[in-house]
Each structure stands twice: as C-alpha cells, then as structure tokens.
Design a protein around this ligand. Structure first.
Ligand code: ZN
Length: 313
C-alpha cells in the first residue's frame, strides 16, 4: 500500500465561478456526480457569496439540499460571511470553507473588509461551526503573492496560519490564488508550517497561471503536504483577482500522484470522463496537460495508465 494523498476537487466552485457561461444547478450536479463516480470524496461544490457578486454560484443552497446524505463524499462550500454560513447551514451543510487573506488590499477588494475584519468574521464563523458540529476548512488566499501588493511575507502567512490552527480548524489550506508561487517558495513555506504544526491539517491550492502548478504540488509533497485542491480540466480563475487563471488540473495531479506511488482512490479513466464533461458543459475547460496522452493510453487498454506504469516498474 502506497502513501495516501487527498484530492479536494474545487472545480465546481473555483472553476465555475469565473465562467462566462453560467451552469444550471442540474448541470452542476451532473459534474459533481461525474467527479464522485471517479472516486473523488471531497468536493467544494459551491459558494454562498452573494449571487449579485458571483452569479455562477446562485442556487448553491438548492444544489446542497439535493446532494446531502447521498453517500461517502464530503461536500464543502465557501462561506464568505456570517450570512453565507447561515444559508449554508439552512441547506444542511456539514462542512464549510472560510476564506482568510494574506493581503490587506486583496481583502478589501474581494469582500470590502479590512484584514482584521475578515479575521474577526472568520473567527465568528469558526465558533458557530464548532458549536454546530460543522467541519471548518480555512483557505488562506494569496498566501504566495498578491495581485495588488506583490510579494507576501512568509512570516506574515505563518502567523495567520498559526492563529487558525490554534482555533482548531479541520484544515488550513495555503492558496496561490493567482498562480504566482514557485516551487522553492512553496517548499520553504510549506516546510516551515509542517515543521511547526505537522502536515495532517495542512493543504495547498495552486493555480497554473505560470505553468508551475504541478511543480508546486511536487514541492509541497516533498515538504509533507498530502492534501491538494485541484480543478477538473484545469477550470478556473477568480473574478476578483486580476491575472488568475485555472487551478492545476485534477487529472494531472492525480496522474502524477499515482505514478509516484501515492493512492488517491480515484479512477483515472472515469476522471477523464469528468474532465470531458467539464469541457462540454463550460466550453472553456482546457483539460489537463496530460489529457491527450491519457486518452491515447486509455484507448489502448481501458485501464489506468499510470497504474500500469507502476506495475511495470
Ligand atoms: Zn483558487
């Protein structure tokens, strides 16, 4: 048995929120169904941001109501404020994702709050979640670089992370929201956090803007991180972060993990089908960089090509 790594699929939220074509709740459910069929057990399914601010996420309450209690998957959704948390709870959410910021300007542009205000709001949500028995994931936006402020001080990020980890969050995810990080930077920051807090509650979230997404996943893996946010077909971008492009593609991350001997519980042929569906539904999902290679190999054997490589090694 190989070591285990966890994929937290964020395509239905991070991926879809910036698309010009808005998917219906039924289409979103179809995509989530395909991801589950591929064996993904953690999915960020939507956001309780105001539908005026993020029209593509309208109806996340109805979506969540239809998903709840269907099986083994943990569905989380983003709650940007207390109102969002209440709406998520009313829809039966068992897990929520709370945003923290590593830059003052990003906080003000994204949610029109100061950094301190975002932290106190997050603290309120985390207390409610603990009382309600709801899992809370905290994602630290622009942890490696900010579109407005540029470089972000790693000590500053380390202190933010420490405060949330002390607040007992289930998972603390460092997000490279605009895809500005490089593997050396990731290795240093992830390494320091793993050394201080252990790896069990940490995770990383990379965008592939500068084509370093997979290299950053590798650097985080080497530092001990075993939880990765990724997006099917490389869907993504952020409406509030200029220059952000898609998340690192789930199929690329999973293929690399399998070939390196990690277990994810994910079936690559089915994941490829989910990636094709994401492209069909949005018209914009580029697909992972390995898609063509995977498709050729799958056409030949119908089996997980990276598993076949592993067996041959
Ligand atoms: Zn993102």
């Amino acid at each position: 048995m190989g070591a285990r790594a966890i994929i937290n699929e964020v395509g239905p939220r991070d991926g879809l929120q910036s698309q010009s074509r808005i998917l219906s709740v039924d289409e979103r459910l179809q995509l989530i169904g395909a991801l589950e069929a591929a064996g993904i057990r953690r999915i960020e399914v939507g956001s309780f941001a105001s539908p005026k601010a993020v029209p593509a996420m309208a109806g996340t309450d109805r979506l969540l109501e239809r998903l709840n209690g269907e099986g083994l998957t943990t569905y989380t959704s983003m709650v940007p404020n207390l109102k969002g948390y209440r709406l998520a709870r009313e829809a039966g959410a068992a897990s929520v994702t709370v945003i923290a910021y590593a830059s003052e300007t990003m906080a003000q542009r994204n949610v029109r709050m100061t950094l301190d205000e975002t932290e106190s709001t997050a603290g309120d949500i985390l207390r409610l979640a603990r009382d309600d028995g709801v899992e809370a994931i905290v994602i630290v936006a622009v942890a490696f670089g900010c579109p407005f402020e540029g470089a972000v001080d790693p000590d500053f990020v380390g202190n933010i992370a420490a405060r949330y980890l002390e607040a007992d969050v289930a998972r603390l995810v460092l997000a490279d929201t605009i895809g500005a990080a490089d593997p050396a930077q990731v290795g240093r920051l992830a390494g320091e956090l793993v050394e201080s807090h252990g790896a069990v509650r940490l995770g990383c979230h990379f965008h592939d803007t500068r084509a370093m997404g997979l290299a950053n996943v590798y650097a985080a893996l080497q530092a001990g991180i075993r939880w990765f946010d990724s997006s099917i077909g490389g869907l993504g971008g952020c409406p509030f972060a200029p220059g952000a492009s898609g998340n690192v593609a789930t199929e690329d991350v999973v293929m690399m993990l399998h070939q390196m001997g990690f277990e994810t519980g994910i079936d690559l042929p089915r994941l490829l089908a989910a990636s094709d569906l994401a492209t069909r539904l949005t018209g914009t999902a580029p697909g992972g960089r390995a898609r063509e290679w995977l498709r050729k190999r799958l056409g030949a054997s119908g089996r997980d090509p990276s598993a076949a490589l592993e067996a041959r090694a």
